[in-house]
Design a protein around this ligand. Structure first.
Ligand SMILES: C[S@@+](CC[C@H](N)C(=O)[O-])C[C@H]1O[C@@H](n2cnc3c(N)ncnc32)[C@H](O)[C@@H]1O
Length: 205
């Protein structure tokens, strides 16, 4: 994995920008993340904005490839009263046994994961039967729309600035095709510029 100033700057930016994004996502996160119990794995937890929503007693583990995020993550875990464990892995190769986890959480991550299908396959593999994949992701706008064209136009510059993030990815289609038993999703729009189309929901194994 690439290390250096880029990753360092990204960690700093996440730590300072995410409070604004957080305010828009807080209500739904409180419902979805607050109801999780048992063994929870978060992929790409960044600087840890989700830690505050988990119930006490949840056994939280984060798989975060950018090591510069880890310090912020540990601080966020401590502040939220979770022991937590942070590993420097990737969503495409989760370091957990088959059917060993109650929930996998992904917020604003699948847009920058290199191989989304592999990450979703890994998610299905590590979840116990009935386990939940909770997602809150920005996605491509409706195909053929002006917004979608704008996303395609901005895409290369955005990708270069935002750690490979793809603005026009059809993430819900990918989740629906990943082999979950049931997928419940809501589409919404946040004030988030070209990344404003969002999906939030749960996929159940
Ligand atoms: C935009 S940040 C979102 C962070 C956090 N989930 C949030 O909601 O604020 C994207 C995160 O995904 C992580 N990431 C990128 N590729 C990944 C991969 N293949 N596996 C796991 N995490 C990844 C990045 O390091 C970064 O922390």
């Amino acid at each position: 994995m690439k290390r250096g100033l880029g990753k360092h700057a990204q960690a700093w930016a996440m730590a300072h920008v995410s409070p604004h994004i957080e305010r828009m996502m807080a209500e739904r996160k409180r419902d979805l993340l607050g109801s999780l119990r048992g063994d929870v794995v978060e992929i790409g937890p960044g600087t840890g904005p989700n830690l505050r929503y988990y119930a006490r007693g949840v056994r939280w583990r984060g798989v975060e490839p950018n090591p510069f995020m880890h310090r912020y993550l540990r601080e966020a875990a401590r502040a939220a009263g979770h022991e937590g464990e942070v590993c420097e892995g990737a969503a495409e190769a989760l370091p957990f046994e088959d059917a060993s986890v109650d929930a996998v959480v992904s917020t604003l991550v699948l847009c920058s994961v290199g191989d989304v299908r592999a990450a979703l396959k890994e998610t299905v593999r590590v979840l116990r039967m009935g386990g939940q994949f909770v997602f809150f992701e920005h996605v491509g706008a409706a195909k053929g729309s002006w917004r979608r064209r704008g996303q395609a136009l901005l895409g290369p510059a955005w990708r270069a600035m935002a750690d490979g993030c793809r603005l026009d990815q059809d993430t819900l289609e990918l989740i629906r095709g990943a082999g979950f038993g049931e997928v419940r999703a809501e589409e919404l729009r946040l004030r988030f510029g070209p990344a404003s189309p969002q999906i939030v929901g749960v996929a159940i194994k």
